[in-house]
Design a binder for this molecule. Structure first.
Ligand code: PEP
Ligand code: MN
Length: 329
């Protein structure tokens, strides 16, 4: 951490500040640096805990902290790729596909089988949908669990489901392999703690307009509270951000580099239609995304939610075949 000193502070104030630093941060190492001090905190004090204390000391103009100092677990980087429940060690993109929500049983099961045959590695299996309008379809809820379970048995594919409420986590975790934290809930810290402690892998979306640091901090919550397998997912900032790319592929790459965690792209939710979703999917994979979370169905026109940008199974198969090995174009 770098502490910049208020230019008006005199020598006595600086000496007092230096001794207060060691007082409020036991065990820290303070050395002189240009314009102030460089401070290395030592466990059990964390940079996150130290920051508000330091900012509040008289004579301090500003404190700068790196992502790695704030998020030591998320930025550990030296982790090995994992292979279960999603296989990130096979050297090819991991493709999670399925309709936005579990709806009609027959269509969901047929779609699940068709997606498996087309190259899907896991199924989207959302039962609870966080919708902007309270009048929109909210998902089948627990009534859909049995359908998801059937799809799992039928295909042998792992299920990825969104947890929207701490009270749902344990029951979802009994059946589903990966708990998804949606964009709206990236900052729902109690939900992050609960999902982390579930024993299941967690897929963490970047919240709309969240910075890399905010995303990393949410990942840090998950790792601190027990998540063993963690996957990040870039889904863009939502419609209506003029001039911004639909998916932030630079940020996606930066998150992968900072953490060593797999980073997926969700090309569906920022796409205006299914053609654009397919184009964004290919662009994300070309840019180095470790896989996709993509909405796909045998019959997108029947969907009660997000049908417009849901790709057909044929379109999904075309993507899967094109990117069967990492270097595909
Ligand atoms: C989803 O993937 O089902 C979803 C709701 O996406 P997001 O949280 O990115 O809006
Ligand atoms: Mn959707």
């Amino acid at each position: 951490m770098k502490i910049t000193i208020d230019g008006r502070a005199g020598a006595a104030a600086l000496a007092a500040l230096r001794s207060r630093l060691t007082g409020v941060l036991p065990g820290c190492r303070v050395s002189a640096a240009r314009g102030g001090f460089s401070v290395e905190v030592r466990p059990p004090v964390s940079a996150g805990a130290a920051l508000p204390v330091l900012e509040n000391l008289p004579g301090v103009a500003s404190v700068s902290v790196s992502d790695a100092e704030l998020c030591p677990l998320a930025c550990a980087r030296d982790r090995k790729p994992f292979s279960r429940p999603l296989n990130f060690s096979a050297g090819r993109p991991v493709l999670i596909a399925g309709p936005c929500a579990v709806e009609d049983e027959r269509l969901y099961l047929d779609t699940a089988l068709a997606l498996k045959a087309a190259g899907a590695d896991a199924l989207r299996a959302a039962l609870f949908k966080p919708r902007s309008s309270p009048y929109s379809f909210q998902g089948l809820g627990w009534a859909g669990l049995r359908i998801a379970e059937r799809a799992r048995k039928l295909t042998g594919l792992p299920l990825v489901t969104e947890a929207v409420d701490t009270r749902h986590v344990a029951r979802l975790a009994r059946v589903c392999d990966v708990l998804q934290i949606g964009a709206r809930n990236m900052r729902n810290y109690e939900l992050l703690k609960e999902a982390a402690a579930s024993g299941r892998a967690v897929l963490l979306k970047r919240g709309m307009r969240a910075t890399l640091r905010e995303w990393l901090l949410s990942a840090e919550y998950l790792l601190k509270y027990g998540a063993k397998e963690l996957v990040l997912c870039e889904r863009g900032d939502g419609p209506g951000v003029p001039g911004a790319p639909p998916l932030d592929l630079k940020l996606l790459a930066a998150a992968g580099k900072a953490t060593g965690l797999p980073v997926l792209a969700d090309p569906s939710h920022v796409a205006r239609d299914r053609e654009e979703a397919a184009v964004l999917a290919a662009a994300a994979l070309r840019a180095g995304a470790d896989g996709l979370l993509i909405e796909a169905s045998l019959d997108p026109l029947l969907a009660r939610v997000d049908g417009r940008h849901t790709v057909t199974v044929d379109a999904f198969r075309a993507i899967a075949e094109r990117f069967r090995c990492r270097k595909a174009r």
